[in-house]
Design a protein around this ligand. Structure first.
Ligand code: FUC
Length: 808
């Protein structure tokens, strides 16, 4: 590294450290125990999850393992389904959608019960489920009805990924600390008191079903096998717990442990399943033994160090009011009223990053519909992976917020769909390549769902490809591209062979398909879901083909495929604008059955795609018209998606209004609302409702999108800043092409930025319109002034190079 780079790095390091400090503390805090599960705070290390409720007399800690699923591998493809495909297509081409749907309900859905209408826990599809509950009944050496508890404090620190509970009873301060170790794969809890002999409790482990608990030596052990929905021979799991007291007396029961009069105590839990490791039991025993022998201070500092290697990669600061001195639940309520607490969006942004870091890790699984936190056996929608917005939204903040290394488990899940998806492609479409429809699980499910109305949507797999390609765009890592290419190619091959020529315009279309979960009214007044060539499909397939072409060029392979894909792109239906000025959701100008429907699929090309932009003003106008008609309400993830749409349209204030909606307080409980109940629970989990984590991730991505964009071949700073965010700064958000960007702005004007290349390339930076000139200093002798008439600054950088730009 040259002298110049060293100096700049040092200066950046100093600036960065002060920014990190200025956004501390990042915490959720409360002055009472959690009254419901959605008020308890989530801990997770990508494998194990724990949610302590901080109860004073009785505490419940919900435990999770990201791999714990009922169900199993199954063949859910309906044999010979493809034989009815020509008739289904003919009916749809003739406008007989209802007849086509009737036929599909018999022939073009999955074999068996599919997801079991979202209640598939006892079906082969299975469900993600709670690992267990750790119940603690505390002993304060006094009458429990008369505790005189005072000064209650409960927090989750995002700075350390450690939760705390503290209160005073009879002048003794009781403290609990909890974390799920990023270094040692265990749940660890420390109980202490300000006076000797004051720590006492009885603890038990259980779960709603399928468990045996026993003492094995000093360890409490819970295990069983779950059902696989066919012969009962499902996944095995095991939980092991050990207590390490300081003083006092530990009494072993048959299935419980009691500790009396200790000075302090540590509880360690290690757990796992046989999903990946057949010898998981030995692994659990070893992890527990290793952790048991390490000092608590080391366990904790190793944990924090490893966590912060990821968490500290990006920071955000907004100047202005902060209500950090108000409990988080009250803060939410205040923000819904005045939107003035600038620190809350910062906290929410970083919470999304925290949740992503906590709910996935390489070589395991990506976050599911609830990340890794579930408190029931039958998690809503089986806690699965939905491919028509949800799993994708879970990964929207991944690259831009500098957590790209967490792409691995997502990639692996998708890769695992290729083989079963090839079977599904053959059986339903007699097609080459691979396909997955709307839902998948940890068992590689690729068949359509059990209901044609939503289950026959078949570009979910292409959307997965877009996400994985996006990761390449941010990293430009050719080794990664080599592993990705066969997946892209297989997906492109599928659509190449399944697209059919529709009779009106001669366009090549997906058929049958649907615009995710939305219905339309036909001219005879009937409502239908199944259609030909919905707008989202055309946009996604265009993207897929273009990225397959770009990949094969980059890898210098498959020239002939490039030519076929290029030709086919021109035959896909274009985006169409309806008579009312809106972007059409379907090929025909149908009216939607629900004008406020939560999915806004036809704007896929605006976000996450990029074929609708301010540079295509007609389409952007039509997209706005569509958004205005859809309205600013919805489920949690729908609100989050709309933040991203408005950010792409550079309407910061509108994006902020949606962020405010996303943050509106929602009471805990699981009542499903499919239209307009979205918001945020006390613990900042997103409410669909019920709890669904995609909205958290979509919200974080939306905030990033307001601060930096790079989808159009150049880097644009603060493109969608709301008036409330007059001044602020961020560090190390990532952009396509492979660079980390830090920037500061004052009075809505960018004052400076740093770009650090993580890849060799030319980086084009848009000069904001309210800027006169830019002072650029970079590697080598680069020192130049660029006038605003130039519009862009182009910098040729090598991996590791840093350039600094001051704007005037
Ligand atoms: C899609 C959405 C629903 C819900 C479910 C898990 O089907 O339409 O709103 O998020 O996924």
């Amino acid at each position: 590294m040259g002298m110049y780079c060293k100096v700049v790095s040092f200066i950046i390091f100093l600036c960065l450290s002060s920014e990190i400090l200025s956004q501390r503390p990042l915490r959720l805090w409360y002055n009472s125990p959690a009254s419901d599960w959605e008020s308890s705070v989530p801990l997770g290390n990508g494998h194990l999850g724990a949610m302590p409720d901080g109860g004073v007399l009785n505490e419940n800690i919900v435990l999770n393992d990201i791999t714990l699923w009922s169900g199993g591998i199954q063949d859910a493809d309906k044999p010979d389904a493809y034989k009815t495909l020509p008739e289904i297509r003919q009916l749809l081409f003739e406008g007989k959608n209802i007849e086509a749907q009737q036929l599909m309900s018999r022939s073009f859905v999955c074999r068996g019960k599919g997801s079991g209408e979202g209640n598939g826990v006892r079906e082969p599809y299975g469900s993600y489920q709670v690992l267990g509950n750790l119940h603690l009944h505390y002993d304060y050496g006094t009458d429990s009805t008369d505790l005189h508890m005072q000064k209650y404090y409960r927090e989750l620190s995002l700075d350390s990924a450690v939760a705390k509970t503290q209160f005073v009873i009879n002048r003794t301060i009781y403290s609990r600390e909890y974390f799920t170790g990023f270094e040692n794969d265990m749940f660890i809890m420390k109980l202490s008191a300000s006076q000797l002999h004051k720590v006492g409790f009885t603890l038990q482990l259980d779960r709603p079903e399928d468990f045996d608990v026993r003492m094995e030596g000093d360890q409490l052990c819970m295990s069983r096998r779950l059902t696989n929905g066919t012969n009962g021979n499902g996944m095995q799991y095991m939980v092991r717990l050990i207590v390490k007291p300081d003083g006092g007396k530990l009494i072993k029961g048959t299935n419980s442990l009691q500790l009396k009069n200790a000075n302090s105590a540590l509880i360690y839990i290690s757990a796992g399943t046989d999903y990946i490791y057949p010898d998981f039991k030995a692994v659990i025993v070893k992890i527990l033994a290793d952790g048991f022998n390490k000092p608590y201070t080391q366990l904790k500092s190793d944990h924090i160090k490893k966590y912060r290697q990821l968490f500290d990669r990006s920071t955000l600061s907004l100047t202005g009011e902060t209500k950090d001195n108000v409990p988080t639940d009250e803060r939410l309520a205040a923000f819904a009223k005045d939107g003035k607490d600038n620190y809350l969006p910062v906290l929410y942004f970083q919470y999304g990053r925290y949740l992503l870091i906590s709910s996935t890790r390489p070589n395991l699984l990506p976050p599911n519909l609830q990340g890794l936190w579930a408190n029931t056996i039958e998690t809503p929608w089986n806690g699965d992976y939905h491919l028509n917005i949800n799993i994708q939204m879970n990964h929207w903040p991944l690259d831009v917020t500098n957590l790209g290394t967490l792409n691995e488990s997502f990639f692996t899940l998708v890769k695992g769909l290729v083989k079963p998806g090839e079977e599904t492609a053959k059986i339903y479409y007699n097609a080459n390549g691979w396909v997955a429809h709307v839902i998948t699980n940890v068992w590689g499910y690729t068949s359509p769902g059990e209901d044609y109305s939503w289950g026959s949507y078949n570009t979910g797999s292409a959307w997965l490809c877009q996400m994985l390609w996006n990761h390449y765009e941010f990293t430009r890592d050719t080794a990664y591209l080599r592993t990705l290419y066969p997946i892209l190619k297989g997906s492109s091959e599928f659509y190449l062979s399944m697209l059919a020529k529709e009779p009106t315009h001669g366009w090549l279309v997906t058929v049958p398909s649907s615009s995710p979960e939305n219905a339309f009214v036909m001219s005879d007044g009937n409502s239908a879901n199944v259609c030909t060539g919905p707008t989202i499909d055309n946009q996604i397939i265009r993207f897929l083909f273009a990225s397959t072409i770009a990949s094969s060029r980059q890898l210098k392979t498959d020239d002939s495929l490039q030519i076929v894909l290029e030709k086919t792109i021109t035959k896909l239906p274009p985006n169409q604008i309806g008579k009312d000025g809106r972007l059409m959701e379907w090929m025909q100008e149908y009216k939607e059955s629900d004008i406020h429907h939560r999915h806004v699929s036809h704007l896929w090309g605006l976000y996450p795609g990029n074929e609708i932009a301010l540079s295509t003003p007609e389409l952007a106008k039509a997209a706005k018209a569509s958004l205005n008609m859809r309205g600013d309400d919805g489920t949690g993830w729908s609100l989050a998606w709309k933040i991203n749409f408005w950010a792409r349209l550079h309407e910061g204030n509108r994006a902020f209004e949606l962020l405010k909606k996303l943050l509106r307080p929602v009471k805990g409980g699981t009542v499903v609302n499919m239209s307009n109940g979205g918001g945020t629970y006390n613990n900042l989990f997103c409410a669909h409702p019920p709890f669904q984590i995609d909205g958290n991730f979509g919200g974080t991505a939306g905030i990033a999108e307001m601060l930096v964009q790079s989808q159009d071949g150049y880097i644009e700073l603060i493109p969608a800043l709301p008036d409330n965010w007059q001044s602020g700064s961020f560090s190390d958000l990532c952009v396509r092409g492979g660079a980390e960007i830090s920037a500061a702005w004052e009075n809505m004007k960018v004052t400076k930025m740093n770009i650090k290349a993580i890849n060799n390339g030319v980086f084009k930076i848009k000069i904001p319109s309210n800027i006169l000139y830019a002072d650029v200093e970079g590697p080598g002798k680069l020192k130049t002034i660029v006038q605003s008439a130039e519009q862009y600054i182009s910098l040729q950088l090598r991996n590791g190079d840093i350039a600094e730009i001051k704007f005037k």
